[in-house]
Design a protein around this ligand. Structure first.
Ligand code: NAD
Ligand code: ZN
Length: 239
């Protein structure tokens, strides 16, 4: 393992993670499965149109995803990012496209879940948020306690605007390092963050099983499993 970088606690680091970092926890990525998410067509389960057409089926899918999380644990890749946050403290920001919540379970604090979370839902009428564990999941379509509207999973679907975009841009502007882990680089706008980071003159680092589409934008690229590579790199960077 070789890296040209070393961090000191004053360095500002922004990390972006994708489905790849949770692969070693047993959660499937979907680019690696012909665009299928746990055998479901992404258009059916991850678009507003899909939800309008068949809300019961979409709810069944997300209840399954939520229940699946009860048997899933963070892996060494997640924990390496906790070590990194402990070292950099407030200079560490973690943006994730994942909806599994595993970064928070592992112990990271400064986490921006830009695509929402499987562990939450919200009212499609009045926007009230609910923890999944606090709502009745035995009914086909859970309802809002306040207004009776249909709840929906708090997951940002294709065609919807991710959370925290303004905050993310500000973070990228002031970052010294930007690192992407386990993301194919094809889902926008997250894929654009790397371009932005380059424009802002940030050092860019990538860790991925396969070379991502935008590998030319990476100053340093490590090919392999995040759970194996990240712990080694974090040791080298923070020693
Ligand atoms: P993706 O599925 O498009 O790409 C995953 C990338 O991770 C691939 O490039 C693959 O080569 C790489 N990879 C696979 N195993 C790896 C490992 N062990 N270590 C390092 N890299 C590995 O994922 P994406 O770019 O994050 O976009 C998919 C979208 O799907 C996201 O928006 C996300 O919301 C959603 N999604 C989330 C989860 C989750 O929360 N765990 C799972 C599936 C899909
Ligand atoms: Zn409501």
């Amino acid at each position: 393992m070789h890296t040209k970088y070393k961090f000191n606690p004053e360095n500002k680091l922004v990390v972006l993670t994708g489905a790849g970092i949770s692969a070693e926890s047993g959660l499937k990525t979907f680019r690696d499965n012909n665009g299928l998410w746990e055998n479901h067509n992404v258009e059916e389960v991850a678009t507003p149109q899909g939800f309008r057409q068949n809300p019961k089926m979409v709810w069944r899918f997300y209840k399954d995803r939520y229940n699946q999380l009860k048997n899933v644990k963070p892996n060494p890749g997640h924990y390496a990012l906790v070590d990194l946050e402990n070292y950099l403290q407030d200079n560490f920001t973690l943006i994730t496209q994942n909806v599994d919540g595993l970064h928070l379970v592992a112990g990271n604090k400064n986490v921006l879940e830009m695509h929402g979370s499987l562990r939450k839902s919200l009212c499609s009428k009045c926007n009230t948020y609910y923890d999944m564990e606090s709502i009745d999941l035995d009914v086909p379509i859970p309802r809002c306690e306040r207004c009776g509207g249909n709840l929906r999973p708090d997951v940002v679907w294709f065609g919807e605007i991710p959370y925290f975009l303004d905050e993310i841009e500000l973070k990228l502007r002031s970052a010294d390092f930007f690192m992407v882990v386990g993301t194919s680089g094809v889902v926008y706008p997250a894929a654009q963050f790397l371009q932005l980071a380059k424009i802002f003159g940030t050092n860019t680092i990538g860790i991925n099983l396969a070379a991502p589409e935008n590998v030319r934008l990476l100053d340093e690229f490590h090919r392999g499993k995040a759970g194996e590579i990240l712990p080694q790199l974090v040791k080298l960077w923070t020693n």
